[in-house]
Write a protein that binds this ligand. Structure first.
Ligand code: CO
Length: 468
């Protein structure tokens, strides 16, 4: 059978290397080849791609999805879905989650990879149930749950195995180990994959990043332990803070029992096109050559690459780059105080901001971002370990009764119809309503612009499939 490959160059690859700026024509430029390579799936959509489309590219992410679907009749399309946060940064009511799942599958997604930053499975349940529901409606769809991988005294192999059993019982079709920081060590991967295989029947996928320089070794050990699927990126969009290069795995595993059976010639053709795309972002400065080199010190601080660059720009803005080391050391301390949240959106940004504030004010927790206050009150879900009691006291400031222990979205009444009403003068479809629900002002500005443009031009803009 061999190991299956999901190529991430059209989502995580450019998200990790050049801030998700690849345009739809660039995405489409290599799809004729990519669609026939023999991948298990192409990862093409997620929170950052959606956000960057409307915020920076003036493109409709739903149009992009439909265009990819049309250009990709042979390969499954995968998206990343932040559980109850959908593609946004806060919790939404169940009816909005349900509608987003419905529209994602209807517009072309096959595999929905659902994760929760805190691995609180209550935050996954609605998205899982909706995916399973629309799978039947559309006769297409696959529900994958991703475990946010991190290291801490509570995040043991047993912790992940127990979580995996619950996930299997919830109705997932497959399970992904989502190592967003690229800190999963080869021997740990071997043990984790072996035990997950022994304790569940679910196909196991591994997603890591080359940030620390160990991902290829980790993938190989995971393959030996029986991992079913690995996430790699076509070579021009691989390495550094992105995924390991797809072609290398094809060469390394060819002729073995793990042979992925991908078409090397087609990948070469696609790589020529993607190299042009990458060169553009190198030239315009969006791709920092630093992002292409590995950074083993990640293993010391356990901080994802994307978070490092965020911290750097926060400190640069405040003219405090000399505090960089100190902030990096503060991040693991904040994580410990807060019960070891995995550093993935939105927790990575929140923990990073708290660490910067702790260092810049010279007094820990003198200033507390609103979101951290909400986090310790349970508004994001259950923390992996209890929050440090002293820190909790300081943050709550005597208001202990504000802590909730139920699922945060239980407090939210249905929202979809009220969003529809709120944006009725602007929206032309349920997809537009969802865009507005998730990205509010940014979405409003984008849609105003979009519909004004269309009035002026009359003819819809035809997307050119082949650039340059
Ligand atoms: Co990733």
């Amino acid at each position: 059978m061999g190991v299956k490959i999901v190529d991430t160059c059209l989502r995580d690859g450019h998200q990790s290397l050049f801030a998700t700026r690849m345009t739809t024509p660039e995405v489409l430029s290599a799809l004729e080849e990519l669609d026939k390579v023999g991948y298990y799936a192409l990862e093409v959509w997620g929170g950052a791609t959606f956000d960057a489309c409307i915020r920076f590219l003036n493109e409709d992410p739903w149009d992009r999805l439909r265009a990819i679907r049309k250009a990709c009749p042979n390969t499954k399309l995968q998206m990343l879905f932040r559980g109850q946060n959908i593609l946004g940064y806060k919790h939404y009511a169940d009816d909005v989650v349900d509608k987003f799942v419905e529209k994602s599958i209807e517009n072309g997604i096959d595999i929905i990879r659902i994760f929760d930053a805190l691995n609180d499975i209550r935050n996954l349940k609605c998205a899982v149930d909706s995916t399973n529901k629309y799978k039947k409606v559309f006769g297409r769809g696959h529900c994958q749950i991703a475990l946010s991988y991190t290291t801490s005294p509570v995040h043991t192999v047993d912790y992940y195995v127990e979580l995996a059993k619950e996930i299997e019982a919830m109705g997932a079709d497959s399970l992904c180990i989502k190592d967003m920081a690229g800190v999963l060590l080869p021997t740990d991967a071997y043990e984790l994959v072996s035990k997950l295989k022994a304790n569940t029947k679910l196909p196991i996928e591994l997603h890591s990043h080359c940030t620390a320089g160990i991902a290829e070794m980790t993938y190989m050990k995971a393959i030996e332990a029986g991992v079913d699927i690995i996430d790699t990126a076509l070579s021009p969009i691989s390495g550094g803070t992105s995924q390991p290069p797809t072609e290398s795995f094809q060469y390394a595993l060819a002729g073995t029992k793990y042979d992925p059976h991908l078409d090397v010639k087609l990948m070469e053709k696609a790589a020529v096109k993607m190299t042009k795309v990458k060169d553009k972002y190198l030239e315009n400065g969006m791709l920092n050559p630093k992002a292409l080199t590995s950074n083993p010190s990640i293993l010391k601080y356990q901080v994802p690459g994307g978070m490092l660059s965020n911290l750097m720009s926060q400190l640069k803005n405040q003219g405090a780059m000399d505090k960089y080391e100190e902030v990096l050391k503060e991040v693991p301390r904040v994580r410990k105080d807060l019960g070891y949240p995995p550093l993935v959106t939105p927790l990575s940004q929140m923990v990073g901001t708290q660490a910067v504030m702790n260092v810049m004010t010279g007094e820990r927790y003198k200033m507390i971002p609103k979101e951290i206050g909400e986090y310790v009150r349970g508004l994001y879900g259950r923390t992996p370990a209890p929050v440090d009691p002293d820190i909790l006291k300081k943050i709550l400031n005597g208001n202990n009764d504000e802590i909730i222990t139920h699922r945060p979205a239980d407090d939210l009444a249905p929202q979809f119809e009220s969003f529809k009403e709120k944006y009725k003068d602007l929206v032309k479809s349920d997809e537009d309503v969802l865009t507005c629900a998730l990205f509010e002002n940014v979405a409003v500005k984008f849609l105003e612009n979009k519909y004004k443009l269309n009035e002026e031009k009359e003819e819809p803009v035809e997307i050119n499939l082949y650039i340059g």
